[in-house]
Design a protein around this ligand. Structure first.
Ligand code: NAP
Length: 292
Protein backbone atom coordinates (compact mmCIF):
# COMPACT_ATOMS: atom_id res chain seq x y z
CA UNK A 1 0.00 0.00 0.00
CA UNK A 2 2.79 2.39 0.86
CA UNK A 3 5.99 2.72 -1.16
CA UNK A 4 9.25 3.46 0.62
CA UNK A 5 9.02 7.18 -0.15
CA UNK A 6 5.54 8.25 -1.27
CA UNK A 7 4.61 11.65 -2.69
CA UNK A 8 3.16 12.62 0.71
CA UNK A 9 6.43 11.65 2.39
CA UNK A 10 8.57 13.53 -0.14
CA UNK A 11 6.55 16.69 0.38
CA UNK A 12 7.05 16.56 4.17
CA UNK A 13 10.75 15.73 4.17
CA UNK A 14 12.03 19.25 4.93
CA UNK A 15 9.06 20.45 6.97
CA UNK A 16 9.35 20.46 10.74
CA UNK A 17 6.29 18.72 12.17
CA UNK A 18 5.22 18.01 15.72
CA UNK A 19 3.36 14.93 16.97
CA UNK A 20 2.36 13.92 20.49
CA UNK A 21 0.50 11.50 22.73
CA UNK A 22 -2.16 12.59 25.22
CA UNK A 23 -3.26 10.53 28.22
CA UNK A 24 -3.20 10.22 32.00
CA UNK A 25 -1.03 8.61 33.33
CA UNK A 26 1.49 9.22 30.54
CA UNK A 27 4.95 8.95 32.12
CA UNK A 28 5.05 5.19 31.32
CA UNK A 29 4.53 5.81 27.57
CA UNK A 30 7.15 4.42 25.20
CA UNK A 31 5.54 6.09 22.17
CA UNK A 32 7.89 9.14 22.19
CA UNK A 33 10.97 6.86 22.06
CA UNK A 34 9.35 4.72 19.37
CA UNK A 35 8.25 7.53 17.04
CA UNK A 36 11.30 9.78 17.49
CA UNK A 37 13.51 6.81 16.54
CA UNK A 38 11.31 6.16 13.51
CA UNK A 39 11.41 9.82 12.33
CA UNK A 40 15.20 9.92 12.75
CA UNK A 41 15.66 6.62 10.94
CA UNK A 42 13.86 7.81 7.80
CA UNK A 43 15.35 11.34 7.93
CA UNK A 44 12.17 13.25 8.77
CA UNK A 45 12.53 16.56 10.63
CA UNK A 46 9.80 15.75 13.18
CA UNK A 47 9.44 15.57 16.96
CA UNK A 48 7.03 13.55 19.17
CA UNK A 49 6.30 14.47 22.79
CA UNK A 50 4.02 13.28 25.60
CA UNK A 51 1.38 15.46 27.30
CA UNK A 52 -0.39 14.51 30.50
CA UNK A 53 -4.02 15.40 29.89
CA UNK A 54 -6.39 14.59 32.78
CA UNK A 55 -9.96 13.59 31.83
CA UNK A 56 -11.42 16.99 32.82
CA UNK A 57 -8.93 18.87 30.58
CA UNK A 58 -9.54 16.97 27.34
CA UNK A 59 -11.60 19.64 25.55
CA UNK A 60 -9.30 22.56 26.38
CA UNK A 61 -6.21 20.49 25.52
CA UNK A 62 -7.61 19.55 22.11
CA UNK A 63 -8.26 23.26 21.48
CA UNK A 64 -4.59 23.96 22.24
CA UNK A 65 -3.44 21.17 19.90
CA UNK A 66 -5.54 22.64 17.09
CA UNK A 67 -4.17 26.14 17.81
CA UNK A 68 -0.57 24.91 17.65
CA UNK A 69 -1.17 23.18 14.31
CA UNK A 70 -0.13 19.77 15.59
CA UNK A 71 0.35 17.31 12.70
CA UNK A 72 -0.96 14.24 14.48
CA UNK A 73 -1.31 12.60 17.88
CA UNK A 74 -1.95 9.38 19.70
CA UNK A 75 -4.65 9.04 22.33
CA UNK A 76 -4.34 6.74 25.30
CA UNK A 77 -5.98 5.92 28.63
CA UNK A 78 -8.55 7.37 29.55
CA UNK A 79 -9.52 9.36 26.39
CA UNK A 80 -10.03 6.83 23.56
CA UNK A 81 -13.83 6.94 23.76
CA UNK A 82 -14.30 10.45 25.22
CA UNK A 83 -12.43 12.05 22.32
CA UNK A 84 -14.95 10.97 19.67
CA UNK A 85 -17.22 14.07 19.86
CA UNK A 86 -14.18 16.28 19.11
CA UNK A 87 -13.12 14.35 15.98
CA UNK A 88 -14.22 15.73 12.58
CA UNK A 89 -14.02 12.48 10.60
CA UNK A 90 -13.75 8.83 11.64
CA UNK A 91 -11.92 6.15 9.66
CA UNK A 92 -13.82 2.78 9.46
CA UNK A 93 -11.39 1.27 12.04
CA UNK A 94 -12.40 3.93 14.60
CA UNK A 95 -16.08 3.66 13.68
CA UNK A 96 -16.05 -0.09 14.21
CA UNK A 97 -14.26 0.14 17.56
CA UNK A 98 -16.11 3.32 18.57
CA UNK A 99 -12.74 4.43 19.96
CA UNK A 100 -9.82 6.48 18.60
CA UNK A 101 -6.10 6.02 19.32
CA UNK A 102 -4.57 7.95 16.39
CA UNK A 103 -5.48 11.35 14.99
CA UNK A 104 -4.17 12.76 11.72
CA UNK A 105 -4.55 16.53 11.51
CA UNK A 106 -4.95 17.77 7.96
CA UNK A 107 -5.41 21.52 7.46
CA UNK A 108 -7.13 21.89 10.82
CA UNK A 109 -9.32 18.80 10.41
CA UNK A 110 -8.98 15.94 12.91
CA UNK A 111 -9.33 12.48 11.31
CA UNK A 112 -9.55 9.64 13.87
CA UNK A 113 -8.25 6.11 13.35
CA UNK A 114 -7.97 3.07 15.56
CA UNK A 115 -4.63 1.37 14.91
CA UNK A 116 -5.07 -0.77 18.06
CA UNK A 117 -7.46 -2.94 15.98
CA UNK A 118 -4.70 -4.05 13.62
CA UNK A 119 -2.03 -3.75 16.32
CA UNK A 120 -3.83 -6.21 18.57
CA UNK A 121 -4.43 -8.90 15.96
CA UNK A 122 -1.01 -8.85 14.25
CA UNK A 123 0.87 -10.84 16.95
CA UNK A 124 -1.87 -13.53 16.85
CA UNK A 125 -1.66 -13.69 13.05
CA UNK A 126 2.15 -13.90 13.22
CA UNK A 127 1.75 -17.02 15.39
CA UNK A 128 -0.83 -18.43 12.93
CA UNK A 129 -3.35 -18.89 15.73
CA UNK A 130 -6.57 -20.63 14.69
CA UNK A 131 -9.70 -18.95 16.10
CA UNK A 132 -11.92 -21.90 15.25
CA UNK A 133 -13.93 -22.93 18.34
CA UNK A 134 -11.86 -20.55 20.48
CA UNK A 135 -13.08 -19.62 23.98
CA UNK A 136 -11.79 -16.21 25.03
CA UNK A 137 -11.58 -14.42 28.37
CA UNK A 138 -11.29 -10.64 27.95
CA UNK A 139 -10.50 -8.72 31.14
CA UNK A 140 -11.40 -5.02 30.98
CA UNK A 141 -14.00 -2.95 29.12
CA UNK A 142 -12.28 0.31 28.24
CA UNK A 143 -11.07 1.83 24.98
CA UNK A 144 -8.57 -0.94 24.27
CA UNK A 145 -11.23 -3.63 24.84
CA UNK A 146 -13.35 -2.02 22.12
CA UNK A 147 -10.48 -2.27 19.62
CA UNK A 148 -9.92 -5.89 20.65
CA UNK A 149 -13.58 -6.78 20.07
CA UNK A 150 -13.50 -5.00 16.68
CA UNK A 151 -10.38 -7.00 15.74
CA UNK A 152 -11.83 -10.33 16.94
CA UNK A 153 -15.02 -9.71 14.95
CA UNK A 154 -12.94 -10.02 11.76
CA UNK A 155 -11.93 -13.60 12.68
CA UNK A 156 -14.04 -16.62 11.78
CA UNK A 157 -15.16 -19.38 14.15
CA UNK A 158 -14.73 -17.86 17.65
CA UNK A 159 -16.94 -19.87 20.01
CA UNK A 160 -17.52 -17.46 22.88
CA UNK A 161 -16.07 -14.45 24.75
CA UNK A 162 -16.39 -13.95 28.51
CA UNK A 163 -15.92 -10.33 29.52
CA UNK A 164 -14.78 -9.54 33.06
CA UNK A 165 -14.81 -6.01 34.41
CA UNK A 166 -15.11 -4.20 37.75
CA UNK A 167 -17.98 -2.06 36.43
CA UNK A 168 -20.75 -4.20 34.93
CA UNK A 169 -22.32 -1.28 33.04
CA UNK A 170 -19.15 -0.79 30.96
CA UNK A 171 -18.86 -4.52 30.30
CA UNK A 172 -22.50 -4.54 29.13
CA UNK A 173 -21.69 -1.86 26.55
CA UNK A 174 -18.85 -4.04 25.19
CA UNK A 175 -21.14 -7.10 25.16
CA UNK A 176 -23.73 -5.17 23.11
CA UNK A 177 -20.99 -4.03 20.75
CA UNK A 178 -19.70 -7.62 20.41
CA UNK A 179 -23.14 -9.00 19.66
CA UNK A 180 -23.77 -6.23 17.08
CA UNK A 181 -20.55 -7.39 15.39
CA UNK A 182 -21.72 -11.04 15.38
CA UNK A 183 -19.78 -12.32 18.42
CA UNK A 184 -21.28 -14.27 21.32
CA UNK A 185 -20.29 -12.68 24.65
CA UNK A 186 -21.37 -12.52 28.26
CA UNK A 187 -20.30 -10.98 31.56
CA UNK A 188 -18.54 -12.37 34.61
CA UNK A 189 -17.55 -10.69 37.84
CA UNK A 190 -13.84 -10.26 38.57
CA UNK A 191 -14.06 -12.72 41.47
CA UNK A 192 -14.95 -15.56 39.05
CA UNK A 193 -12.03 -14.83 36.71
CA UNK A 194 -10.02 -17.86 37.79
CA UNK A 195 -12.57 -20.51 36.90
CA UNK A 196 -13.16 -18.94 33.46
CA UNK A 197 -9.42 -18.53 32.86
CA UNK A 198 -8.82 -22.25 33.24
CA UNK A 199 -11.36 -23.00 30.48
CA UNK A 200 -10.15 -20.29 28.08
CA UNK A 201 -7.95 -20.77 25.00
CA UNK A 202 -7.03 -17.09 24.93
CA UNK A 203 -6.81 -14.87 28.03
CA UNK A 204 -6.44 -11.14 27.35
CA UNK A 205 -5.68 -8.47 29.94
CA UNK A 206 -6.87 -5.09 28.64
CA UNK A 207 -6.85 -3.34 32.03
CA UNK A 208 -3.91 -1.25 33.29
CA UNK A 209 -3.48 -3.76 36.11
CA UNK A 210 0.18 -4.81 36.02
CA UNK A 211 1.60 -1.37 35.19
CA UNK A 212 2.63 -0.88 38.81
CA UNK A 213 3.95 -4.41 39.31
CA UNK A 214 0.69 -5.46 41.00
CA UNK A 215 0.06 -9.13 41.67
CA UNK A 216 -1.67 -10.63 38.61
CA UNK A 217 -5.46 -10.93 38.66
CA UNK A 218 -5.02 -14.48 37.28
CA UNK A 219 -2.80 -17.01 39.03
CA UNK A 220 -0.62 -19.63 37.22
CA UNK A 221 -2.78 -22.41 38.66
CA UNK A 222 -5.72 -20.91 36.77
CA UNK A 223 -3.91 -21.00 33.41
CA UNK A 224 -3.75 -24.09 31.18
CA UNK A 225 -0.45 -24.82 29.40
CA UNK A 226 -2.47 -24.99 26.15
CA UNK A 227 -3.71 -21.41 26.53
CA UNK A 228 -2.39 -18.19 25.05
CA UNK A 229 -2.01 -15.33 27.54
CA UNK A 230 -1.92 -11.87 25.97
CA UNK A 231 -1.18 -8.95 28.30
CA UNK A 232 -1.53 -5.66 26.43
CA UNK A 233 0.24 -3.80 29.28
CA UNK A 234 3.75 -3.16 27.90
CA UNK A 235 5.47 -1.44 30.80
CA UNK A 236 6.91 -3.36 32.58
CA UNK A 237 7.60 -5.71 29.67
CA UNK A 238 7.23 -8.80 31.86
CA UNK A 239 4.11 -8.16 33.93
CA UNK A 240 3.15 -10.44 36.77
CA UNK A 241 0.47 -11.97 34.50
CA UNK A 242 3.11 -12.80 31.86
CA UNK A 243 5.29 -14.32 34.61
CA UNK A 244 2.33 -16.43 35.85
CA UNK A 245 1.61 -17.58 32.28
CA UNK A 246 5.25 -18.58 31.76
CA UNK A 247 5.12 -20.47 35.05
CA UNK A 248 2.06 -22.33 33.69
CA UNK A 249 4.03 -23.03 30.46
CA UNK A 250 1.37 -21.26 28.40
CA UNK A 251 2.11 -19.31 25.21
CA UNK A 252 2.63 -15.60 25.98
CA UNK A 253 2.10 -12.49 23.87
CA UNK A 254 3.71 -9.32 25.21
CA UNK A 255 2.11 -5.88 25.19
CA UNK A 256 5.12 -4.45 23.34
CA UNK A 257 4.19 -6.55 20.29
CA UNK A 258 0.87 -4.69 20.03
CA UNK A 259 2.62 -1.39 20.81
CA UNK A 260 4.99 -1.86 17.87
CA UNK A 261 2.25 -2.93 15.46
CA UNK A 262 -0.17 -0.10 16.34
CA UNK A 263 2.69 2.45 16.38
CA UNK A 264 3.90 1.34 12.94
CA UNK A 265 0.43 1.77 11.51
CA UNK A 266 0.09 5.27 13.07
CA UNK A 267 3.50 6.26 11.64
CA UNK A 268 2.39 5.14 8.17
CA UNK A 269 -0.89 7.10 8.40
CA UNK A 270 0.99 10.29 9.36
CA UNK A 271 3.93 10.05 6.97
CA UNK A 272 3.01 7.78 4.07
CA UNK A 273 6.29 5.93 4.66
CA UNK A 274 6.65 2.24 5.53
CA UNK A 275 7.47 2.16 9.26
CA UNK A 276 11.14 1.44 10.05
CA UNK A 277 10.24 -1.41 12.42
CA UNK A 278 13.85 -2.41 13.18
CA UNK A 279 14.72 1.16 14.29
CA UNK A 280 11.56 1.22 16.42
CA UNK A 281 12.49 -2.12 18.02
CA UNK A 282 16.01 -0.85 18.72
CA UNK A 283 14.51 2.15 20.53
CA UNK A 284 12.54 -0.23 22.73
CA UNK A 285 15.13 -2.94 23.38
CA UNK A 286 18.52 -1.30 22.84
CA UNK A 287 21.39 -3.18 21.19
CA UNK A 288 20.39 -6.56 22.67
CA UNK A 289 17.29 -6.97 20.50
CA UNK A 290 13.89 -8.49 21.05
CA UNK A 291 13.65 -10.63 24.21
CA UNK A 292 11.73 -13.55 22.59
P1 NAP B 1 -9.50 2.67 29.80
O1 NAP B 1 -10.34 3.05 28.64
O2 NAP B 1 -9.34 3.64 30.90
O3 NAP B 1 -10.12 1.30 30.43
C1 NAP B 1 -9.52 0.69 31.52
C2 NAP B 1 -10.27 -0.61 31.85
O4 NAP B 1 -9.53 -1.30 32.85
C3 NAP B 1 -11.66 -0.41 32.42
O5 NAP B 1 -12.43 -1.51 32.04
C4 NAP B 1 -11.43 -0.42 33.94
O6 NAP B 1 -12.51 -0.93 34.69
C5 NAP B 1 -10.31 -1.42 34.05
N1 NAP B 1 -9.42 -1.16 35.18
C6 NAP B 1 -8.74 -0.01 35.47
N2 NAP B 1 -7.95 -0.19 36.53
C7 NAP B 1 -8.13 -1.47 36.95
C8 NAP B 1 -7.61 -2.26 38.01
N3 NAP B 1 -6.70 -1.75 38.86
N4 NAP B 1 -8.02 -3.54 38.14
C9 NAP B 1 -8.92 -4.06 37.29
N5 NAP B 1 -9.47 -3.38 36.27
C10 NAP B 1 -9.07 -2.10 36.09
O7 NAP B 1 -8.02 2.24 29.33
P2 NAP B 1 -7.58 1.59 27.91
O8 NAP B 1 -7.31 2.67 26.95
O9 NAP B 1 -8.55 0.52 27.59
O10 NAP B 1 -6.13 0.98 28.30
C11 NAP B 1 -6.00 -0.10 29.19
C12 NAP B 1 -4.55 -0.54 29.29
O11 NAP B 1 -4.11 -1.07 28.04
C13 NAP B 1 -3.56 0.59 29.62
O12 NAP B 1 -2.59 0.07 30.53
C14 NAP B 1 -2.89 0.90 28.30
O13 NAP B 1 -1.57 1.41 28.46
C15 NAP B 1 -2.87 -0.49 27.67
N6 NAP B 1 -2.82 -0.44 26.18
C16 NAP B 1 -1.75 -1.01 25.56
C17 NAP B 1 -1.69 -0.98 24.17
C18 NAP B 1 -0.51 -1.59 23.45
O14 NAP B 1 -0.24 -1.19 22.33
N7 NAP B 1 0.16 -2.57 24.03
C19 NAP B 1 -2.71 -0.39 23.42
C20 NAP B 1 -3.79 0.15 24.10
C21 NAP B 1 -3.83 0.12 25.51
P3 NAP B 1 -13.78 -0.03 35.10
O15 NAP B 1 -14.67 -0.02 33.90
O16 NAP B 1 -14.37 -0.77 36.24
O17 NAP B 1 -13.24 1.32 35.46
Amino acid sequence: MIGLISAQAKSMQNLFKTYCIIGDPIDHSLSPALHNAAFKSVGLNCAYIAFRVPKCELEVSLGSLRATNISGFNVTIPHKVGIIPYIDELDPSAKKANAVNTVHCIEGTFKGYNTDVQGFIEPLHKRRVSFNGMKILLIGSGGAARAIIAALSNEKGISHIIIANRTKKKADEIITMASNLGLSANFTRMEYLGEHALKSDLIINSTPSGMNDEQSIVDYEQISKDSIVYDIVYSPMVTNLIAQAKNAKATVIYGYEMLLAQGSKAFEIWTGITAPVEAMKKALFGPFGEPL
